[in-house]
Design a protein around this ligand. Structure first.
Ligand code: C2E
Ligand code: CA
Ligand code: CA
Length: 260
């Protein structure tokens, strides 16, 4: 798989990196607010490979930096297509691995891509996983602040799943917490008075964060999120990650009443 991944990143024949886009929806209004870009490896020999398989390998071989950069580039191009269709306010969330975030070239390269493709930085959300907690705190905060100064929003992905705690989150100055799917699944299996999800949402709000719920598959989960004032959600209930053409079609069908 290493060969397929390196040749995809080098743009050789036989395999390529593909970006899918999953809609993100405002819980209360049902409006589409943007998309999350999710990577796939498409290889002639291996077929469509899930990021759960190739991301750990890419991190091990530091290929993740080239992958993330390609995904940012594809996301910027997707934003241009949304613009062409008149959707000037939709955002795209891009996943960035801790290794990439802490690379000295990260900020200059991001700045270069955004200015080269003439995209408004305010329409880009950077998602980082909690593994940044394992790294240098001050360095992370400096990079996060720099992204914010450039106009981007920064989210903590998979919140609650790993190293994080709200207390530590307070000193990591991000804009948004994405609650891990575990807490959304828990809504189906746990007695109402033992559910933690609503408490996480209200604590996150008290600390000033925007909250996104991931992996929403059932109407009952969405109802709970509405009652508990979650801001946005994504999940198979509304749409799976879509290829670019389907994502544009989705916004044409659902976006007029949704996006501004
Ligand atoms: P993630 O960032 O937490 O992305 C959400 C994952 O949940 C995606 O899996 C998405 O397809 C899946 N998902 C969304 N809604 C539902 C739902 O309702 N039910 C279920 N069962 N799953 C749902 P995916 O696309 O396989 O990506 C897995 C992980 O790989 C991502 O998790 C992210 O950590 C990583 N990843 C994906 N693309 C990139 C990338 O471009 N760069 C980096 N560094 N990591 C990436
Ligand atoms: Ca993510
Ligand atoms: Ca996540």
């Amino acid at each position: 798989m290493h060969d397929a991944l390196s040749s995809a990143l080098a743009g050789s024949e036989g395999s390529r990196v593909k970006a899918l886009f999953q809609p993100i929806i405002d819980v209360q209004s049902g409006m589409v607010t943007g998309f999350e870009a999710l990577a796939r490896l498409q290889s002639d020999t291996l077929g469509m490979v899930s990021p759960l398989e190739f991301i750990p390998l890419a991190e091990k071989n530091r290929l993740i930096i080239a992958l993330d950069e390609q995904m940012l580039e594809k996301s910027c191009k997707f934003l241009k297509k949304l613009d062409e269709k008149g959707h000037h306010r939709l955002s795209v969330a891009v996943n960035v691995s801790a290794l990439h975030l802490l690379h000295p070239d990260f900020i200059p390269r991001v700045t270069d891509t955004i200015s080269r493709l003439q995209v408004n930085a305010e329409r880009i959300d950077i998602e980082i996983t909690e593994s940044v907690f394992a790294s240098d705190y001050d360095a992370c905060n400096r990079i996060i602040s720099r992204l914010q100064q450039l106009g981007m929003k920064v989210s903590i992905d998979d919140f609650g799943a790993g190293y994080s705690s709200l207390a530590r989150q307070k000193s990591l100055r991000v804009d948004c917490l994405k609650i891990d799917k575990f807490f959304i699944d828990q809504l189906l299996s746990t007695e109402p008075d033992k559910r933690l999800t609503g408490d996480i949402i209200s604590m996150a709000h008290k600390l000033g964060y925007n909250v996104v719920a991931e992996g929403v598959e059932y109407e009952s989960q969405l109802e709970y999120l509405k009652e508990n004032k979650c801001d946005r959600f994504q999940g198979f209930l509304i749409a799976k990650p879509l290829d670019e053409a389907d994502a544009l079609e989705f916004i044409e069908k659902n976006g007029k009443k949704h996006s501004v």
